[in-house]
Design a protein around this ligand. Structure first.
Ligand code: GLU
Length: 447
């Protein structure tokens, strides 16, 4: 059977790096297994779900390199959930409850006061038809709870190994709100069943749900998928990431110029058995991920690690990948490749290349600090064509003439040619600056 996995965000906010983790773990699993990836928008919360967020999710996944094989939206499928709910009612597994939130709250407080766990007491199961009718006459609409079997649900978790939830310690979950809308629990099971999802890979915040959902699969007589619950990404101080706060949103990271491969590497390798390192391709990353090896401790990461990962990716980035972005920065096509070769080792982000093209093309205001060195340099300037060896031969000649070496030789030349005391290796930049501009800058001219 071909694997079918799904990533099921609700379109109520922008995806952040913490959401990238399940998205990628699912996509990489599908890739490794030759399976398919379903993007399912959990948009039953009509108040908070928006088209803007739905479109943004597609876009952000595409940026990460994830193109879903299949797509679905829960808001299109309410009739299917209604049918499943009807079935559960007929089985006596879905029952109407009329308590208000305040009543439930009072009851919970009483239980806690007596040292009891605040579990729903199933009072609604004992209601007579007349009592129910009285509530309805008052204008109350029921919410609907799933009647759990009080037993232990166990499964072999892809990440955690033997896992179990004692459903006797849980309240019967509300599946349908009083306004008739569905909470996430039932639609998720119905969709996983109907769509043939084989592996449910999601965050460990859903472990308890799995106990409940396995019971719903079983009640509906549908095969139970394989589950895997991965640890959640948290910042170094253990703080969780909230989609609603837009903390480290994928679009924010993209706007800040991070490479998707840097974000992918951090999102996936943190808290895994592998060291966090830059992995450029999805295939290579898929080869590194073994769900069974993911740690059970929180996956703590430092957002600043992104900078180092990004820089390492940029330093090795082939020209082809940077080309379009360099052209967009105004680098002429004929010079873009040698320019990339000259500057990439100096960049933390591709966009920083924009700082260096003006140093090549000018105008640069030269800074002349050592007349002897710059004069000797002007005198010994070799004829073009220039190549990668020109710098070494030329500075060798200047050294011979002046006796200057090391920093005393290179810094006056750098300041004269670039107007700056730092920057990419001049051996690469020199042929791009070209003899004419070099000669003028050595002469103190803005060029
Ligand atoms: N919409 C749920 C969430 O984003 C989906 C959880 C699941 O994968 O089942 O948490």
């Amino acid at each position: 059977m071909t694997a079918l996995v799904r990533f099921a965000p609700s379109p109520t906010g922008y995806l952040h790096i913490g959401n990238a983790r399940p998205a990628l773990l699912n996509a990489l699993f599908a890739r490794a297994e030759g399976g398919r990836f379903l993007l399912r928008l959990d948009d039953t919360d009509r108040e908070r779900s928006t088209e803007v967020f739905a479109a943004a999710i597609e876009e952000d996944l595409a940026w990460l390199g994830i193109v879903p094989d299949l797509r679905a939206r829960q808001s299109d499928r309410v009739a299917v959930y209604d049918a499943a709910a009807e079935r559960l009612r007929a089985l006596g597994r879905l029952y109407a409850c009329y308590e208000t939130p305040e009543e439930l709250d009072r009851r919970r407080k009483r239980q806690l006061g007596r040292g009891l766990p605040p579990i729903y007491d199933r009072a609604a199961l004992a209601l007579t038809d007349a009592e129910r009718a009285a509530f309805e006459a008052e204008g109350r609409r029921p919410h609907w709870r799933f009647k759990l079997d009080h037993r232990v649900v166990a499964w072999d978790d892809l990440v955690r190994g033997e896992a179990h939830i004692d459903c006797a310690s849980l309240s019967d979950p509300v599946l349908i709100r009083a306004d008739g809308t569905y909470l996430y629990t039932l639609p998720s099971v119905v969709d996983d069943a109907e769509m043939g999802v084989t592996h449910v890979i999601r965050g460990e915040d859903h472990v308890t749900n799995t106990g409940v959902q396995v019971q719903i699969f079983e009640a509906l007589e549908r095969p139970v998928p394989v589950f895997g619950h991965h640890n959640l990404l948290t910042t170094a101080d253990g703080e969780g990431l909230s989609k609603r706060l837009g903390h480290l949103s994928l679009r924010g990271l993209r706007e800040d110029g991070y490479e998707p491969a840097a974000v992918r590497s951090l999102a996936v390798l943190t808290g895994s058995a592998e060291s966090v390192r830059p992995v450029a391709s999805l295939d290579a990353l898929a080869g590194l991920v073994d769900l069974a090896q993911i740690s059970r401790a929180p996956a703590k990461f430092d957002p600043q690690d992104l900078d180092a990962l990004n820089a390492r990716l940029v330093h090795e980035m082939p020209f082809g990948e940077a080309r379009d972005r360099l052209l967009a920065l105004g680098v002429p096509e004929e010079e873009a490749e040698p320019f990339w070769g000259a500057v990439r080792a100096n960049l933390g982000k591709v966009a920083e290349a924009r700082d260096w093209w003006p140093v090549v093309a000018g105008p640069v205001v030269p800074v002349l600090t050592d007349a002897a060195v710059t004069a000797a340099a002007a005198d010994t300037l070799p004829p073009e064509p220039w190549g990668p060896e020109t710098w070494k031969a030329w500075t060798g000649a200047v050294r011979e003439r002046t006796g200057a070496k090391g920093k005393a030789l290179f810094m006056p030349l750098r300041l004269a040619l670039t107007g700056l005391d730092h920057g990419p290796d001049l051996a690469g930049l020199l042929p791009l600056i070209g003899r004419d501009r070099v000669a003028r800058r050595l002469g103190g001219e803005t060029a």
